[in-house]
Design a protein around this ligand. Structure first.
Ligand SMILES: Nc1ncnc2c1ncn2[C@@H]1O[C@H](COP(=O)(O)OP(=O)(O)O)[C@@H](O)[C@H]1O
Ligand SMILES: [Mg+2]
Length: 347
C-alpha cells in the first residue's frame, strides 16, 4: 500500500501557540512512519505560514515569530503544495483561527480532507453562547447564563440581570476564547465591573454564568456518525478554578484523575450526554466534552465542547483513550482515517 501524504499544521495565533508546537512534536514521534509521509506547516504568532522541509528543522523550535520573508500571510506556494502534494491535513491548532472553523473552511475550499470537526461545529463550539443555545435546544442541561454585548450594556443593568436570573457569584467569560483567557469570577458589583472590562478586551460578546460549586469531569469522543466515548477523567485544579495559570504554569500540580471516581450512574449519564452533545453540535472526528458535577445537588451540567482539545501524549484526551484501550499512535491513526472517511462520505 502506498503511503499517505499527511501534513501537520501547528503553531497559530492563539494563546496556545507553544502548546501546539509541542503537540506537533509529540504526534511526529508517535505516528506510524511506515504508513504516513509527513510534511510540516507552521503558522507564526502573526499568522504567517511557513513550510518546513523536515522534522529536524523543527526540533529546537518552541515559538514561530515571523518565520517567512514574504509579506503574504498564506504564501501561494504553500497552498499549491497542499493542493498538489498532500492527501490529508491534520490541524493541531487551538483557539481562534485554528479551532473555530476558519482554517477548516480553507481546507474545504481547497477540496482537501482534514482531521476533526468541520466548519459549522468548529465555529459553533468556539462560541460559548451559541453552543449553549444549541445544547438547550437538544435538552442538555447547562449552567444558567446571560449574554452581554459590548455596545449595548451598562454595569447597572447587567448587575440587575445577574441578581434576578443568576445570583452572585458568577463567572464572566469571552464568548470566543479558550485556555481560560479573559475569564474572571465575580462575587459582587465591583468584581462584575472589572470582569466585564477584562472580558471585553478579548471579545465583543460575553457570557455570564452562575458559578457552580463543582467537580470538573471530561470525556473524549471519537468517530463520525457512530462515535465512541472514552473513560471519564476528573480535573483537580491547583487554583481556585481551572484558570490559565493552573492549566499551563503550575508545574503539573493540577491533577488528572483517570478514571474519575464517580458512580456508575453518573458515568452513564455523562456518556449519554456527551454523545447527544457531539451529535447536536454536528461534531466529527474528535472532541473533548467537559462537564460540571454540582456538589450541592448532584446535577450534571455540560460546560463546553473542545473541538481540538490538548493533544500532546500526556494531555487529557489521549490519556482518556489510552485508559480506554487506544494508545496514542493508534488514536492518531484512527483520527486521520475518520478525516479521510468523512471526506469520502464513508460512515
Ligand atoms: N459556571 C462555572 N462554575 C464554576 N466554575 C467555572 C464556571 N465556568 C467556568 N469555570 C471554571 O473556569 C474554567 C474555564 O472555563 P471554561 O468555560 O471551561 O473556558 P475555557 O474555554 O477557557 O476552558 C473551568 O475549567 C472552571 O474551572
Ligand atoms: Mg474549559
Amino acid at each position: 500500500m502506498s503511503k499517505i501524504n499527511l501534513c501537520l499544521v501547528f503553531g497559530g495565533q492563539s494563546g496556545e501557540h507553544e502548546i501546539s508546537i509541542m503537540t506537533a512534536k509529540s504526534v511526529f514521534r508517535a505516528i506510524d512512519k511506515e504508513k504516513y509521509n509527513l510534511s510540516f506547516i507552521g503558522i507564526s504568532t502573526e499568522g504567517r505560514w511557513c513550510k518546513f522541509d523536515s522534522f529536524d528543522e523543527l526540533k529546537e523550535v518552541t515559538k514561530l515569530e515571523n518565520p517567512c520573508e514574504s509579506n503574504a500571510k498564506i504564501d501561494g506556494r504553500i497552498i499549491d503544495f497542499i493542493q498538489k502534494e498532500v492527501d490529508v491535513v491534520f490541524p493541531l491548532l487551538h483557539g481562534p483561527f485554528g479551532e473555530d472553523g476558519t482554517i477548516q473552511g480553507l481546507f474545504e475550499m481547497m477540496g482537501k480532507p482534514y482531521v476533526g470537526c468541520g466548519v459549522m461545529s468548529s465555529s459553533l463550539c468556539m462560541d460559548k453562547v451559541q453552543a449553549k443555545k444549541v445544547f438547550e435546544y437538544a435538552g442538555i442541561k447547562t449552567t444558567p447564563f446571560i449574554e452581554v454585548h459590548k455596545y449595548s450594556y451598562d454595569n447597572d443593568s447587567v448587575d440587575k440581570l445577574v441578581r434576578e436570573k443568576l445570583e452572585y457569584p458568577v463567572f464572566i467569560k469571552p464568548a470566543n476564547m479558550g485556555s481560560s483567557i479573559g475569564i474572571t469570577k465575580a462575587n459582587n458589583y465591583s468584581d462584575l465591573e472589572k470582569g466585564l472590562e477584562e472580558g471585553f478586551k478579548f471579545d465583543c460578546k460575553l457570557l455570564i454564568e452562575k458559578a457552580i460549586n463543582c467537580r470538573e469531569v471530561e470525556c473524549g469522543v471519537l468517530g463520525n456518525y457512530d462515535p465512541r466515548v472514552s473513560t471519564i477523567g476528573e480535573i483537580l485544579p491547583s487554583n481556585e478554578f481551572y484558570d490559565y495559570k493552573a492549566k499551563y504554569f503550575d508545574g503539573g500540580k493540577s491533577g488528572l484523575v483517570i478514571p474519575a471516581q464517580i458512580t456508575e450512574e453518573q458515568v452513564s449519564l455523562i456518556k449519554e450526554s456527551a454523545i447527544k452533545a457531539f451529535m447536536a453540535a454536528g461534531c466529527t472526528g474528535i472532541s473533548r466534552i467537559d462537564f460540571f458535577i454540582d456538589k450541592d445537588n448532584g446535577d450534571i451540567l455540560l460546560n463546553e465542547i473542545n473541538t481540538m482539545p490538548g493533544f500532546t501524549e500526556f494531555s487529557m484526551y489521549p490519556q482518556l483513550w489510552k485508559n480506554s484501550g487506544i494508545p496514542y499512535s493508534q488514536l492518531i491513526d484512527e483520527l486521520i482515517q475518520f478525516g479521510i472517511g468523512k471526506f469520502n462520505g464513508v460512515k
